[in-house]
Structure formats: C-alpha cells, structure tokens
Design a protein around this ligand. Structure first.
Ligand SMILES: C[S@@+](CC[C@H](N)C(=O)[O-])C[C@H]1O[C@@H](n2cnc3c(N)ncnc32)[C@H](O)[C@@H]1O
Length: 253
C-alpha cells in the first residue's frame, strides 16, 4: 500500500465499458458497497445514478482523492456517497446492501486468505436477493508459463501531468509457485521541476485461475455463480479481455 495514489490514478482509469456495466448491475438497487473503491471512479458514478453508496479502501491517499472529487458532484449525489478507510479482507460495516461490487482487478490485490475473508464479508453484507460482482483479467497467461525475472521495463505510454512530460514504463515479474505477479511502473520525468527523476512503484497481484475464483465463491456459500468474458456477458474465451463474475447469496429456505 505504499504506491502514490496520484501516480497510480494517472494510469489506472478502469476498463472500457466497466462503469456502464456496474450501472446496469445496480439498476433497482438502493444500497451499494464497493470494495476497494480507489479514487471513487465507480462509486461516484453509482451515486450519480441515484444509489446510496459506501466505498471502502485501505489506502488513505485514495480515499483523500475520492473525497476531493466528491465535491464536484451534485448535492444529492454527495449525500448518497460515503467513503471509509478500511481493510476489505476484515470488513464489518453496518447494515446490508443490495449490491456488493469488487471492480477492476481488486480481487488480485488480495492474498488467498484475504480473498476468502473478503468474499465471506461480501456475502455477509448482501441482502437476501442481492447480487455480488467482480471483474478481473484472465490470469491464464501467468498460469501457463512462469515469466520469472525475465521481463524488463517496456515503455507503455507518454503523458503530460501538471505541465510535466513523462514516459511510463511497465515491468511484470511472476512467481508461478506462489501465483504472484509484481507489476512495476517506472515514471521517467522529462520536464518540469522533477525533470530527470525516475519514480517507480510496484503493485503485487495474487492471481489465480477463473476456476479457483469460482470454487472459492462456491465454498464461501455463494450460489448462482456466473462467469462471463466481458461486460456485455460475452462467453469467456481465451481471447477475453475481462473476466466478469456475478454471484448471489443462497436462496432462503
Ligand atoms: C485496481 S484498484 C481499483 C479501484 C476502483 N475500484 C476502480 O475501479 O477504479 C484496487 C484498489 O483496491 C485497494 N485495496 C487493495 N487491497 C485492499 C484491502 N485489503 N482493503 C481495502 N482496499 C484495498 C487499493 O488501495 C486500490 O485502490
């Protein structure tokens, strides 16, 4: 959790179609819980769509950014939106929710033990008849082959941020035995007061197969689990860019 929220948010703006997907998923819902809300990208759009939203994130810098961007919302959307700094693998918040969402690969931020306790908590916080959803990438590429330490920095994109030009590089190193991918972002700053500086941070992904996610959801007690290959409920194939999973609490007897 030592990455800079500012640098992280420069680069991670979600996946194409994800906001629309979570809006559709939440239609008819009153309360929505977003686990790992980051700077509030998804939570904010759901509050604007009329839902009462609680966004939770462990990174205080993320919640600071979320609170800051909340100021640009209408008064009614602001009233519907709350944020909290908390660990989603040990979450206890008051009340039940119609939807619990875990967007944009956040599930891979969690170790195997944390995944389990996070999903248990998601289930505990869902109202009967509610719906849980997550999206992530297909980790099969990392399961097929150990990338080890072979991968070196490759340029990803060039950006201008606060008047300074920078090139962002990415490097992925994996450990197949432990199902860990360390993704390092390097920022080469070309102009402005920090010209010549190199800033890097690493995000650790605890990846797993889609089958393992399915089995875990089933094991913690979810039912009606569906796995899709995108935000339009496409079938999952080897070419799917996103894996989208929905699940429901078990039917009441
Ligand atoms: C990939 S970002 C997703 C942000 C947001 N959901 C979005 O779609 O833009 C993952 C977020 O999960 C948060 N996170 C990681 N581990 C967490 C934990 N154990 N408890 C709470 N938040 C966590 C990170 O701080 C980060 O903001």
């Amino acid at each position: 959790m030592d990455f800079s929220a500012e640098l992280y948010c420069l680069l991670h703006r979600g996946s194409s179609g994800d906001l629309e997907y979570y809006q559709r998923l939440c239609q008819g819902a009153d309360r929505v819980l977003e686990l790992g809300c980051g700077d509030g990208r998804v939570a904010q759009s759901l509050a604007e769509a009329g839902h009462r939203v609680l966004g939770v994130d462990l990174h205080p810098g993320m919640i600071e950014r979320a609170e800051a961007s909340k100021r640009s919302l209408t008064a009614s959307a602001r009233d519907r939106l709350d944020y909290r700094v908390a660990d989603i693998s040990q979450l206890e918040v008051e009340g039940l929710f119609d939807r619990v969402v875990l967007p944009f690969t956040t599930v891979f931020c969690l170790s195997a033990t944390e995944k389990r306790s996070c999903l248990e908590s998601a289930l505990r916080h869902l109202r009967p008849g509610g719906l849980f959803a997550l999206d992530t990438y297909d980790a099969q590429i990392f399961l097929d082959e150990d990338w080890g330490d072979d991968d070196d920095f490759v340029p990803m994109t060039m950006l201008t941020h606060e008047g300074a030009e920078l090139t962002i590089f990415e490097r992925t190193r994996t450990n197949l035995a432990e199902q860990i991918a360390d993704v390092t972002y390097g920022h080469q700053i070309h102009s402005g007061p920090k010209a010549g500086e190199w800033i890097e941070y690493t995000i650790r992904h605890h990846y797993c197969s889609n089958g393992a996610l399915y089995a875990l959801l089933k094991d913690v007690g979810f039912g009606d689990i569906e796995v899709f290959g995108g935000f339009d409920k496409e079938p999952l194939t080897g070419d799917s860019e996103r894996v989208v999973i929905t699940a429901r609490p078990p039917e009441q007897p």
